[in-house]
Design a protein around this ligand. Structure first.
Ligand SMILES: [Fe+2]
Length: 466
């Protein structure tokens, strides 16, 4: 359970007096807190931005609970959460979402997420955008691009005050991982992509990680130590699902294929191919996280193994060779396309350990995508399927993705213009993914429609659009 005390979020210290404040927390089975099942008192202090993270044991599995916080007798809004089941349930209904640029639209996707009443919400990154305010959108960031802790706290204040986002948080437990914009666009390890001195950038990363921790419902084990935070982890759902949550950013090898001459009119994250891109030693996850994932996949007892991670796992070339002769082959080296050998290792691991029903959920690229991953050693054999659930608001930044995807193996569905989120429904027999598109991202009360639906049957690889 998480809260943060900030009665005046845009004032220094969030409007809190210096020092420590006692905070009481309560859990009940009913919304009116008639019988309080668990309660306690902790302290919120200025060093941690008056954030409160509570881990509660002793609750019953597979149940809804209500929780709230009290300070000086004043109660917070009531949140509803759910404990994971201990034995295999008939069904899990989750949603997954990513990429909510505040200036690009209203968060009506979250209105519909709350109305869906999911068992859990997976947020796969770009919860905030660190970018400077612009007058191009329909809302505006209130502070300049943050580089220190105070700046990132102000940026979170803008997002956390959104009533639709608040409603989605109150409706269900959230499982969150950060992507690049929680820190800096397309950062990797100690590099921000703009040539900043790594030591300077790591100070910024430390501030960004600390602010992320202060604003997210995560365990104390995710608390950063300086610029380092252990964010990869797994979550069990009663034998029906195991979620493997990855950290694509913190440990990745540096980008390669830097052209000698700057390419004009091409975004900096698109680069022509080179041999170094395919170096088998390149790692996206770093050695320690890869070993951890290998163990997770080899020992998983779950029916469905959900790899929840930041960016598109399926490698693709933006222009198939020959389609744009005046341009070189360009790869998005910020995605797994920059680390194809690392992707192949995961696919082979699924194959060799006979991991049960691997499914990938991804964000980052601001498009709805459904794709199949083939065995790197046998392109006719499908091993896993991947789903990118659009963006809550952020504009598509790669309009050619759909065009390139049509020419490349694996892609089964691409929509780069709609915004929204994905629904994930798991039963012991079937995985169903439904893409939900908001009607108008610029409307605060937008409607929603089903954009596409896909099914994977237990034990049968490959997605089917239905
Ligand atoms: Fe994004």
């Amino acid at each position: 359970m998480w809260t943060r005390l900030a009665p005046a979020p845009f004032e220094p210290g969030g409007g809190m007096p210096p020092g420590a404040v006692p905070v009481r927390w309560e859990i009940a089975e009913d919304e009116r807190f008639g019988i309080i099942l668990r309660s306690g008192t902790t302290t919120a202090d200025h060093r941690h931005g008056y954030a409160v993270h509570i881990e509660v044991g002793g609750l019953r599995p597979g149940r809804h609970y209500f929780y709230r916080f009290l300070v000086d007798g004043i109660a917070s809004p009531v949140g509803r959460t759910r404990t994971a089941p201990l034995i295999m349930p008939d069904r899990l209904r989750a949603v997954f979402a990513s990429c909510q640029h505040y200036e690009a639209g209203y968060f009506s996707a979250h209105l519909h997420i709350a109305a869906d009443d999911p068992d859990l919400v997976l947020f796969l990154g770009d919860y905030i955008y660190e970018t400077d305010p612009t007058d191009a959108g329909i809302r505006i960031h209130r502070n300049p691009q943050p580089t220190d802790l105070d700046g990132y706290r102000l940026r979170y204040a803008t997002y956390k005050l959104d009533p639709l986002l608040q409603a989605a948080h109150r409706s269900a437990p959230w499982i969150v991982i950060p992507d690049d914009h929680e820190v800096a666009d397309n950062y990797g390890a100690d590099r921000d992509g703009h040539g900043t001195d790594p030591a300077t950038f790591l100070r910024r990363r430390a501030a960004a990680y600390q602010a992320w921790y202060e604003h997210m419902p995560v365990r104390a084990s995710a608390q950063p130590s300086g610029s380092v935070a252990r964010l990869y982890r797994s979550i069990e759902w009663g034998g029906l699902a195991r979620f493997q949550l990855l950290d694509d950013r913190q440990y990745r090898d540096p980008p390669v294929c830097q052209p000698k001459d700057r390419l004009t009119n091409i975004p900096h994250w698109l680069r022509p191919d080179c041999a170094a891109r395919r170096d088998t030693g390149r790692s996206m996850l770093g050695h320690t996280q890869e070993e951890w994932l290998d163990g997770q996949l080899a020992q998983s007892p779950a029916r469905w193994n959900i790899l929840a991670q930041q960016t598109l796992l399926l490698p693709y070339c933006r222009y198939a060779p020959g389609t744009a002769p005046e341009r070189p082959d360009l790869f998005n080296l910020d995605t797994w396309s920059g680390y194809p050998a690392a992707r192949d290792r995961i696919v082979r691991r699924w194959r060799d350990t006979r991991t049960s029903n691997p499914v990938i959920l991804s964000g980052d690229v601001h498009a709805f995508i459904a794709a199949d991953h083939a065995d790197p050693d046998d392109p006719r054999r499908i091993i896993a399927s991947e789903f990118v659930g659009g963006s809550v608001t952020s504009p598509n930044h790669d309009q050619r993705l759909a065009e390139a995807a049509g020419q490349e193996p694996g892609f089964r569905f691409v929509d780069g213009s709609a915004h929204g989120y994905g629904q994930l429904e798991l039963t012991p027999d079937r995985c169903t993914i439904t893409y939900r598109a908001v009607t108008d991202v610029r409307a605060p009360n937008s409607g929603v429609r089903d954009l596409a639906r896909f099914v994977i049957e237990n034990g049968r690889t490959g997605l089917q659009q239905v």
